[in-house]
Design a protein around this ligand. Structure first.
Ligand SMILES: CC(C)(COP(=O)(O)OP(=O)(O)OC[C@H]1O[C@@H](n2cnc3c(N)ncnc32)[C@H](O)[C@@H]1OP(=O)(O)O)[C@@H](O)C(=O)NCCC(=O)NCCS
Length: 165
C-alpha cells in the first residue's frame, strides 16, 4: 500500500464523505443527517480542522480535530471507510495525531466514543486510550458517550537525559 496522506476536506468531496458516514456505525445509529455532517465538515471556526485520509489517491477516511482543547487535541470524528479497515490505517492516524500534538507541546489526546460502539472502544484501548468518564444522554437520549484520554509522553533524548544528570 502507498503511504497514506492527510489533506483538508475539499468542498467537492464533503458531500460524498458525509454520505458514507451516515451509512456507518455510529452515525447511522445516532441518526445523523448527511446535510448536517456535510456542513460540519466544511466548518471554518478557529481551531477546527477536517482532514481527509487518502490512500493511492482515493478517500479512505476522515478525522476532525479541535485544538487546543483541555491542554491537548480533541479528536471529534474518526472514520476509516469499511473497505479500508483492518489494514493499519486507524493506527497510522493515531500516530499522526500523537506526533501532531507533540509538535504543539500538547500533553493529551481526547475523544468521545458511543458506549455501544464496542469495536471502536477496543481499537482505542489497543492504542493506549483510557476511559475517563461517561456522558449520559449526550447526543441522543438513551445513548451514552465515553470520554477517552491518551496521555502524550514527551520524548526525552539521551542528550537531554544526560544534561539533567
Ligand atoms: C475504529 C476504526 C477507526 C479502526 O480503524 P482501522 O483502520 O480498522 O484499525 P487498524 O487496522 O489500524 O487496527 C489497529 C488495532 O486496533 C484494533 N482494532 C481495530 N479494529 C478493531 C475491531 N473491529 N475490533 C477490535 N479491535 C480492533 C486491533 O487491535 C488492531 O490491532 P492489530 O493491528 O493488532 O490487529 C475503524 O474501524 C472505523 O472507522 N470504524 C467505524 C467508525 C468508528 O467507529 N469510529 C470511531 C468512533 S467515532
Amino acid at each position: 500500500m502507498m503511504a497514506p496522506n492527510l489533506a483538508p476536506v475539499l468542498p467537492e468531496e464533503s458531500e460524498w464523505i458525509a454520505g458514507q458516514l451516515v451509512g456507518m456505525t455510529p452515525w447511522r445509529e445516532l441518526g445523523y443527517q448527511a446535510d448536517t455532517l456535510r456542513n460540519y465538515l466544511l466548518g471554518s471556526q478557529t481551531g477546527f480542522q477536517a482532514l481527509c485520509l487518502h490512500v493511492e489517491g482515493s478517500p479512505a477516511g476522515i478525522i476532525t480535530l479541535r485544538s487546543p482543547w483541555l491542554r491537548g487535541t480533541l479528536l471529534e470524528l474518526l472514520a476509516v471507510l469499511p473497505e479500508f479497515q483492518q489494514q493499519g490505517l486507524g493506527k497510522w492516524l493515531m500516530q499522526w495525531l500523537q506526533a501532531n500534538a507533540r509538535d504543539k507541546n500538547q500533553r493529551n489526546l481526547w475523544t468521545l466514543v458511543s458506549a455501544f460502539n464496542t469495536p471502536a472502544i477496543r481499537f482505542y484501548q489497543s492504542q493506549g486510550f483510557t476511559t475517563i468518564g461517561q456522558l449520559d444522554d449526550f447526543i441522543v437520549n438513551g445513548q451514552h458517550e465515553l470520554l477517552l484520554r491518551y496521555i502524550i509522553e514527551p520524548i526525552i533524548s539521551i542528550d537531554q537525559g544526560e544534561s539533567h544528570a
